[in-house]
Design a protein around this ligand. Structure first.
Ligand code: BGC
Length: 260
């Protein structure tokens, strides 16, 4: 496989683990095994880049990679990344991802990656039906806005504050597992979040991804919404696939499986 092939390595950097796999861009799914590393306790740019390098080797991939990151990609630094080290906010923190081992890495917010995957491979209606809000419930709550077939990048809707605090702190996937929330308890916390977004942004539909996609029916069925809600087409793999799509769209996804 080389330039012109429809495969691309995508990496999803999370607060607890870093996952990567070669993606089949034609089929919109994984073309190989998922390789996982625990997110280094320091979660510094250098350590994360080292993990990405090991994942690329394990996947047999050489060349550019698409990397989904939990934070706002703002020029050369990563803002609002509470689940990684504060050093990501340093000027040029992203430089090490774009050079050396991560040569020509294409960076995208993790929830935006999930949104891009949905836009590319999900329900065709997303292209034509006003605003779709994609929410990923994992260590935090990520968001992607899909409007008439376009991704509006770097929204941070999980940072909204309700009566009981920031929604991403009280209603994330982590809150569910750490506090052992039942679906009913979670819905009590998440409902005001959805209500607020419905009032402000008037979406046409909702898509839920991240860890919650594995328990979508149990949890999402507890919400009262005026518009349809569905599970992310690619489930927990949406970040990996979307990162790969971003790399290919940027025209840098020209690597391939290294000969072994
Ligand atoms: C970050 C977002 C990210 C979300 C999910 C939040 O803490 O600010 O950028 O998308 O976590 O990982």
């Amino acid at each position: 496989m080389s330039d012109g092939s429809a495969t691309q390595l995508g990496i999803d950097v999370g607060g607890t683990s870093i996952k990567g796999a070669v993606v089949d861009l034609s089929a919109g799914g994984l073309a190989g095994a998922i390789h996982t590393e625990p997110t280094p306790p320091t979660a510094t740019p250098g350590d994360v880049v080292a993990s990405i390098g090991r994942i690329a080797v394990a996947a047999g991939w050489s060349g550019p990679v698409g990397v989904a990151l939990p934070g706002v990609i703002d020029g050369s630094s990563l803002r609002h990344a509470p689940n990684l080290s504060a050093s990501w906010e340093d000027p040029d923190a992203l430089g090490c991802l774009r050079s050396g081992d991560g040569a020509n890495a294409v960076l995208i917010n993790d929830a935006d990656a999930a949104g891009l995957a949905e836009l590319t491979y999900g329900d065709a209606a997303i292209d034509s039906e006003g605003l779709t809000i994609v929410l990923t419930f994992g260590t935090g709550i990520g968001s992607a806005l899909l409007h008439n077939g376009d991704l509006i990048a770097n929204s941070e809707l999980g940072g909204l504050v309700g009566a009981n605090g920031r929604f991403e702190e009280i209603a994330s996937g982590r809150a569910i597992s750490v506090e052992g929330l039942t679906p009913v308890e979670w819905a009590r916390r998440a409902q005001p979040f959805f209500d607020e977004l419905e009032a402000i942004l008037n979406p046409s539909r909702w898509v839920v991804g991240g860890g919650l996609s594995e328990n979508f029916d149990r949890f999402a069925s507890r919400l009262r919404l005026s518009k349809a809600i569905s599970v992310a087409h690619l489930g927990v793999h949406a970040g990996i696939v979307g990162a790969a799509v971003a790399a290919r769209r940027a025209g840098r996804g020209s690597g391939g499986a290294a000969s072994r």
